[in-house]
Design a protein. Structure first.
Length: 177
């Protein structure tokens, strides 16, 4: 391995998941340094509140741990508020499923979030944002996490304002536990 160029070693290690990197880190100081570099960015992503909120909402935990999404570029895009870079990282297709918060005023939790009687429903990126921006929040019995598809074009609105207006009230939304 010492005869291989550094670029090739980095490329090979890019495909390793977290457990493999930890195992490799004991082989040499060089591998230890490389694995710590990867783990540093993962740790930053999971500790930073803004980053953690997006990881939870976009269900990115497994992608980050398996190195399908680069933790360094995700963290840097969030710190720079670079919405275009975040779109590039998160959206492989025109839509992506997010887990967003909605207020629920009933006592028992249903299996699916019911259809809305109104044309619009507000979905929030975090529970804290939902509590701050929901009228009559004291009467809310549960803050439900529901899966909802977000279009690539609407992501900027969700990211900047931490909420999005959903007009897809014809279908039931599955509740995410």
């Amino acid at each position: 391995m010492t005869e291989l160029p550094v670029d090739i070693i980095n490329h090979i290690l890019h495909f390793c998941d977290t457990k493999s990197l930890l195992c490799i880190s004991h082989l040499s100081r060089y591998f230890n340094k490389l694995s710590n570099h990867f783990m540093k960015w993962l740790k930053l992503c999971f500790q930073e509140p803004e980053c953690r909120a997006l990881i939870d909402a976009a269900m990115l935990k497994n992608d980050l741990l398996n190195n399908n999404i680069d933790a360094k570029s995700l963290y840097q895009a969030i710190q720079k508020n670079d919405v275009n870079e975040l779109k590039r990282i998160l959206f492989l297709n025109a839509r992506r499923e997010f887990v967003l918060y909605v207020p629920f005023y009933e006592g028992s939790i249903p299996d699916f979030f019911p259809r809305s009687a109104y044309n619009k429903r507000t979905l929030y990126l975090t529970e804290d944002e939902a509590r701050k921006n929901t009228p009559n929040a004291a009467k809310v019995k549960h803050w439900l996490k529901v899966k909802s598809e977000v279009e690539k074009d609407k992501f900027e609105e969700l990211y900047k304002s931490k909420k999005i207006e959903s007009k897809n009230n014809k279908s039931l939304m599955p509740i995410f536990y």
